[in-house]
Design a protein. Structure first.
Length: 301
């Protein structure tokens, strides 16, 4: 990496740690949402640096769909054990069992949308007044509208037309009883920044991000990993493919990419040359033109 990139990453790192420290200063009971994906891993790494040598002064929470890739869950549990960090698991399966949500049926069924209720219940049950996460503005057009400090009303909903100004990075965390904030410390980072920072900081990430061979099939132009909870049509051929994942989410709606990139340096070269967005393989974003914005208005992260 050039000196320019290293300097740029230092600025992004300083900005993100400033935002995380502002959260601790302004809120009484914050939480960091953690999925085991690269962006939440970077956020956790930044939080650890921001308060070192003290421990991170807030817990982590994973909204678990129950349809995760096993590599992600194994990595999550190992990291929590190694860092002695408190992890709260909010389970979509529990929401289904309690009648809070109704599971989708059919070939294209996904639990991704059901996460909203589980997330809002997790925030309410634990009395969190701020939930931080690894969303970035370059990921998707609805997320590009989001500020660092994003106010949510007492229903957990977001109003994109009524956001607070953040001139000179002055953040307004004032809220009424029952309301909370979502905060995005790495808003200004790009996918390339994330990968370069992981390389620079030598951050451990799940093996699923690197090229490997796994049973897959192609649906609507998207390479899907075959799992027990992803049914296939008779016409969909399952075969071993050499792939990796650029983003990690619910396995029912997260596609892989054909890739031989087996090192961080090779991933960076691949990302630099691609013309497909990071979430281009996420089928949940394709359900409607404004799928992400609609979900965010309802309380999705």
């Amino acid at each position: 990496m050039s000196n320019y990139n290293l300097s740029h990453l230092k600025e992004l790192e300083a900005e993100a740690m400033f935002v995380i420290r502002e959260v601790v200063a302004q809120f009484e009971n914050p939480v960091l949402l953690f999925s085991g994906g690269k962006d939440s891993i970077v956020c956790f790494h930044l939080a650890r640096k921001a308060f070192f040598p003290a421990k991170v002064p807030f817990p982590l929470m994973h909204v678990d769909t129950g349809h995760n890739f096993p590599e992600t869950i194994a990595f999550r549990d190992r990291l929590m054990k190694e860092t002695n960090t408190k992890l709260i698991v909010a389970s979509v399966q529990d929401s289904i069992d309690q009648g809070r949500v109704v599971e989708e049926k059919g070939l294209l069924a996904s639990r991704n949308k059901l996460q909203t209720t589980t997330l809002l219940d997790g925030i309410e049950n634990n009395k969190f007044d701020c939930a931080m996460g690894g969303a970035r503005r370059d990921e998707e057009k609805a997320r590009a509208k989001e500020r660092f400090f994003s106010h949510r009303d007492d229903f957990g909903q977001w109003d994109p037309k009524n956001q607070r100004p953040e001139l000179w990075n002055i953040f307004n965390g004032k809220k009424n009883m029952g309301e909370h904030f979502r905060v995005f410390p790495i808003s200004n980072w790009t996918e390339m920044d994330i990968w370069q920072y992981i390389l620079q900081e030598k951050i451990d990430i799940p093996e699923i991000y690197f090229s490997h061979t796994r049973p897959c099939f192609v649906r609507d132009g998207i390479i899907m990993g075959k799992t027990d909870f992803v049914p296939t049509k008779e016409t969909e051929e399952v075969r071993d493919m050499v792939v990796r994942f650029r983003t990690i989410g619910d396995a029912t709606c997260t596609g892989a990419v054909a890739s031989t990139a087996s090192t961080l340096e090779e991933i960076i070269e691949e990302v630099a040359s691609t013309r497909v967005t990071e979430r281009g393989g996420r089928s949940d974003d394709k359900r409607s033109e404004a799928a992400m914005e609609d979900r965010k208005k309802e309380g999705y992260f």
